[in-house]
Design a protein around this ligand. Structure first.
Ligand code: HEM
Length: 148
């Protein structure tokens, strides 16, 4: 391979790596904003509304865009790295909880559900959000523990 060909092959890869890094940062920032406004709003203030809901929804949009990028790039290494069964299981449960959290909100925007159904979707969203936060903390813990 000539130097020129190698450079043209490497340039898009470098761009993808930068996009991946940006998405990872945005995913973490939006996740923290979602957890604070969602859990904090609901359990400390009694409801997710007003500016809290505004921030929650904006962060939800960023989270929804960045999640597939990070899952696509992280999953190959999550599958091939000698992670141990527990870390791999926790990783995929986290992805599942994230999909349920954003899936329930997406479904609630359709006309498929009546008032009772919307209520159930919101309850499921809350539990999926709580599970997502708990599993993310567990993932962080396992990552630190497995380094030793
Ligand atoms: C860390 C993840 C998340 C947590 C902990 C979380 C938590 C919550 C909680 C506790 C509520 C209030 C539920 C209720 O009133 O019963 C809520 C509402 C809401 N969440 Fe999330 N959420 C998360 C992710 C997301 C994502 C990814 C989106 C968007 C794609 C989203 C959009 C919304 C919306 C629009 C509402 C208001 C629904 C309504 O009042 O009708 N959330 N969230």
């Amino acid at each position: 391979m000539t130097t020129a060909t190698a450079n043209t092959t490497r340039a898009p890869l470098a761009r993808i790596a930068k996009l991946d890094a940006l998405c990872r940062v945005l995913l973490v920032v939006s996740f923290v904003a979602l957890a604070v406004t969602g859990i904090g709003g609901y359990y400390a203030l009694g409801a997710v509304d007003g500016y809290g809901l505004l921030v929650h929804m904006a962060a939800g949009g960023v989270f929804t865009v960045c999640l597939p990028v990070v899952v696509l790039t992280a999953s190959s290494s999550a599958l091939t790295r000698p992670n141990g069964a527990l870390r791999t299981l926790v990783y995929w449960l986290t992805v599942l909880a994230a999909l349920v959290a954003l899936g329930t909100i997406t479904l609630s925007m359709t006309k498929l559900f009546d008032t009772a159904g919307l209520h159930d979707l919101l309850t499921l969203h809350r539990w999926a959000g709580l599970a997502l936060v708990a599993l993310s903390i567990l993932q962080l813990f396992l990552r630190v523990a497995c380094r030793r």
